[in-house]
Ligand binder design. Structure first.
Ligand code: PEP
Ligand code: MG
Length: 875
């Protein structure tokens, strides 16, 4: 076996600073800080490889590891001059998880390990602080009892609450040494009752129990959910970090804190953080006491504050990124417990990347690679309309920006249930815990009554890009009655509220929103991205509003205009139905004549906005039955309009019924059966161009796209039809029109016969929605029922309708691209399925050498950045 334990006890152990894959993020950072000579409590990391071994070998920890761990503890003993389990000067340890990427609060930690009935007395004598020693011991029993022995925390909490009630006090701080003694006994009794065994007094037994529990927590329900949401592979595993304990709760010259080297909400270059005097780290994060702004440390602990600021600068310069730091001050001595890349909002991510280029810490290429394209989503969506009337009912901390409205819900399960019904919710909790992760994911925003800017709710919400207002102590939540009170106002479950995570305000009802500002740093970063990308980015759009949004976000053309979407308008649908229900081509042509002016004006508006950029117009694609009247009223209206009987309409509907419409009479098959439909659409396109010319609008070069092609003959016939229509219009309007004709590649046969098809096509656009559907034989509309099972059983890593299946669908794309281009060198290649806006799929498109991707308007900036990253990564 390779080396599996790595010490960071000593600055000279340089070679132990291994990668995150081996040491986990926390372990790697501790090793690096130690290497920099920063004050890190001595310790060591058990590699993630051991976790891998643990799960492959019946959850056994190799004996060798425990033996080696004990050797490492000897080194810590030497440095700290304390002994593990010693009766006069005991060494206490922390045992923490740490995977490759941070999974805040998802896995377990055990602190104060090494305390027992005897060492606690030694700790008391050594520190001359009985209250501290006993408090530490009860915390240890509580944590170990919960994490290692599986006893739910609330049993311990209830014992404390009952004790305080009997004593008539409110705060834990009002309990003295004797009280904790009493509670220690109660805790031990609880452990014995639940675990049928005494609380372990052997410190080595405690150690192996804690290591085991950390490995087991990798597979806890919440960790699994977090991994699933964040696409973290299950096989990575966690490392275990074992370190000498340092205490921030030994008196008034002690403190503990969390800080970010820049503001993680706005990105401003300012110290941002919180600390508590005489407290342990968990007190800051759990939100049980309200922490102070770190700036106050300048007054209360000026020397330490100066030292901290120096270290922050050193760490930022070393990591070239904003750091999230945990520290503790033990009797006036500063200890660094953690430094990692800080989670930040999208706004902060962009500002920090751009600022760091200005500060010459990173290059603009690095800045482009620094920002995760997926998080831009939160920036591109609307924020609260300042002018809208608002009834503010409470306020709290602006923990994660953005505005969200939804029904108040008090439980994660309810939030999940409502999500399934497509309802928006705001999850309202006294404070959140890692158990709430799925509810936070399901809701639009989070509101908590307790907790600071670094509380669980705040950190997780920022990571998810969800608006969050935390620590709103103006709201009083009653879980039982399912309501909360804000002053005299009572809000019940199901009532709608709005939260603004940027200002910390909570408002009644749903407040209108406005478009985001995408100038400044955002546009600067986008300009750098545009410089480095090779893939063009277009938008999928069929309305003037979407087209304008796409253009504003930087779309360089339209990659898919689904013309059928233009037919659903109330005024048009009657004529569409008339066309479908027609029995003869003549009747159909009559109905189409009514649709022509609508199509023409649609195209004109879009061409005007696109001002010379390419526009791919797809001719009618969906199965006709989608347009058929469904309700009795619709059937009545259409029979009146067409002057035919109710019965006849119903008969025609039955005739048009298909058992498998997605593979039925759709796409180019409609064009073959009813060429007059495609003729009308082409006429509308060309006449719209003629109108543009008349109005001196810069002409776009339309790319007319034939959908659902599987044979060369289909496109040959339909290309002829387009050409003939073009000739006719050019003659009538005496103009020369430039256009292209191409096809979608969305059927496996089309991909395989791309060489034949390319003879008649100027371009291919990969319709990866249908191509995924037909390659897997999985219905786009019904996959929801079993996709989760497939992901859970690891048959799929990700939903193939979200991220391209490179090995199957991707292979077909590569084949089609290669065979198509062999036939026609100039063949233009793009993608217009949903995958066109997914960063992982965009990386594939770059590798497959496509010319452009096309996606929904709001994903255009995401695609621009992802395309740049794909190119830079490939290089
Ligand atoms: C596709 O199939 O990928 C596509 C873009 O077409 P639609 O989603 O309209 O079927
Ligand atoms: Mg399709």
């Amino acid at each position: 076996m390779d080396k599996l334990i790595f010490s960071f006890s000593n600055k000279s152990l340089k070679n132990n600073a291994k990668s995150k894959e081996i040491l986990g993020g926390k372990g790697a950072n501790l090793a690096l800080m130690a290497k920099l000579g920063l004050p890190v409590p001595p310790g060591f990391t058990i590699s993630t490889k051991v976790c891998e071994y643990f799960y492959k070998n019946n959850k056994k920890i190799p004996k060798k590891i425990i033996k080696q761990a004990k050797k490492e503890i000897k080194i810590i003993e030497k440095i700290t001059k304390k002994l593990f389990g010693d009766l006069s000067n005991p060494l206490l340890l922390s045992v923490r998880s740490g995977s490759r990427v941070s999974m805040p609060g998802m896995m377990d930690t055990v602190l104060n390990l090494g305390l027992n009935d005897k060492t606690v007395i030694a700790l008391k004598n050594k520190t001359e602080n009985g209250r501290f020693a006993k408090d530490s011991y009860r915390r240890f029993i509580q944590m170990y009892g919960n994490v290692v022995l599986g006893i739910q925390s609330h049993f311990f909490e209830e014992l404390i609450e009952n004790y305080k009630l009997t004593k008539g006090v409110l705060q834990d701080t009002e309990l003295d040494e004797n009280d904790w003694d009493g509670l220690i006994q109660n805790f031990k009794d609880l452990v014995k009752e639940k675990n049928k065994k005494d609380f372990p007094q052997d410190v080595n037994e405690q150690l192996s129990g804690a290591i085991r529990a950390v490995f087991l927590s990798w597979d806890s329900k919440r960790a699994k959910i977090y991994r699933k949401i964040n696409y973290i592979p299950d096989h990575w595993g966690t490392a275990v970090n074992i370190q000498a304990m340092v205490f921030g709760n030994m008196g008034q010259d002690c403190a503990t804190g969390v800080a970010f080297t820049r503001n993680p909400s706005t990105g401003s270059k300012e110290l941002f953080g919180e600390y508590l005097i005489n407290a342990q780290g968990e007190d800051v994060v759990a939100g049980t006491r309200t922490p102070m702004n770190i700036i106050n440390m300048g007054k209360s602990m000026p020397k330490i504050f100066k030292q901290l600021k120096k270290i922050f600068k050193e760490l930022e310069t070393k990591y070239k990124d904003m750091q999230d730091i945990e520290f503790t001050v033990e009797n006036k001595k500063l200890w660094m417990l953690q430094s990692r890349s800080g989670k930040r909002t999208a706004k902060a991510a962009i500002k920090i990347a751009v600022d760091m280029v200005k500060e010459k810490l990173i290059t603009n290429k690095q800045a482009v690679l620094r920002v995760d394209p997926n998080i831009l989503d939160t920036l591109l969506h609307p924020t609260l309309d300042e002018k809208a009337e608002k009834i503010i009912i409470a306020s709290g901390l602006p923990a994660s920006p953005g505005a969200a409205s939804g029904k108040v819900t008090f439980s994660s399960d309810e939030a999940e249930r409502l999500k399934e019904q497509m309802q928006n919710t705001i999850l309202v909790r006294i404070e959140t815990s890692p158990e709430d992760i799925n509810g936070m994911h399901a809701s639009q925003g989070i509101l908590t009554a307790r907790g600071g800017m670094t509380s669980h709710a705040a950190v997780v919400a920022r990571g998810m890009g969800k608006p969050c207002v935390s620590g709103s102590n103006e709201i009083k939540i009653d879980y039982e009655k399912k309501l909360f009170k804000a002053g005299s106002i009572e809000i019940k479950e199901g009532d709608i509220i709005t939260i603004d995570g940027g200002s910390g305000k909570v408002m009644l009802g749903e407040i209108p929103t406005v478009k985001p500002d995408i100038s400044g740093d955002f546009s600067k970063l986008m300009a750098w991205a545009d410089k480095y990308r090779k893939l063009k980015v277009r938008t999928n759009s069929e309305t003037p509003v979407d087209t304008k949004t796409g253009r504003d976000f930087g779309a360089e053309g339209i990659g898919l205009c689904r013309t059928e979407h233009m037919f659903f308008d109330e005024k048009r649908i009657i004529s569409v139905r008339e066309m479908i229900l027609s029995n003869t081509p003549e009747d159909r042509k009559e109905a189409l004549k009514k649709l022509l002016p609508y199509q023409k004006s649609d195209f004109f508006e879009i061409f005007k906005i696109m001002n010379g950029l390419p526009v791919t117009v797809r001719l009618l694609d969906p199965p006709l039955h989608e347009f058929l009247p469904k309700t009795d009223k619709d059937i009545y209206d259409i029979s009146k309009e067409l002057n035919i009987s109710h019965q006849d309409v119903k008969f025609r509907i039955t005739e048009l019924h298909e058992d498998n419409p997605m593979l039925g009479h759709r796409g180019c098959r409609l064009g073959i059966s009813f060429p007059e439909i495609y003729e009308m659409q082409c006429q509308a396109i060309f006449e719209a161009l003629a109108q543009c010319k008349k109005k001196k609008i810069k002409l776009v070069i339309p790319e007319i796209m034939i959908p659902f092609v599987s044979t060369a003959a289909e496109i040959e016939i339909l290309r002829n039809l387009v050409d003939k229509t073009a000739q006719k219009i050019q003659k009538t309007h005496s103009i020369k029109i430039k256009y292209y004709v191409g096809t979608m590649i969305e059927l496996p046969r089309a991909a395989l016969r791309a060489n034949d098809i390319a003879k008649y096509a100027d371009f291919f656009s990969f319709g990866t929605n249908d191509l995924t559907q037909t390659t897997f034989g999985i219905s786009r509309d019904d996959s929801g029922k079993f996709l989760n099972d497939y992901v859970e059983n690891k048959i799929f890593n990700k939903d193939p309708f979200v991220s391209i299946d490179e090995r199957g669908v991707g292979e077909l794309i590569k084949i089609a691209a290669e065979r198509g281009r062999k036939q026609k060198k100039s063949l233009k290649l793009g993608i217009c399925g949903e995958h066109g806006g997914d960063p992982a799929s965009i990386e594939f498109c770059e590798k497959a050498k496509l010319n452009y991707v096309s996606c929904s308007p709001y994903r255009v900036p995401i695609a621009r950045l992802a395309a740049a990253q794909a190119y830079l990564k490939k290089k």
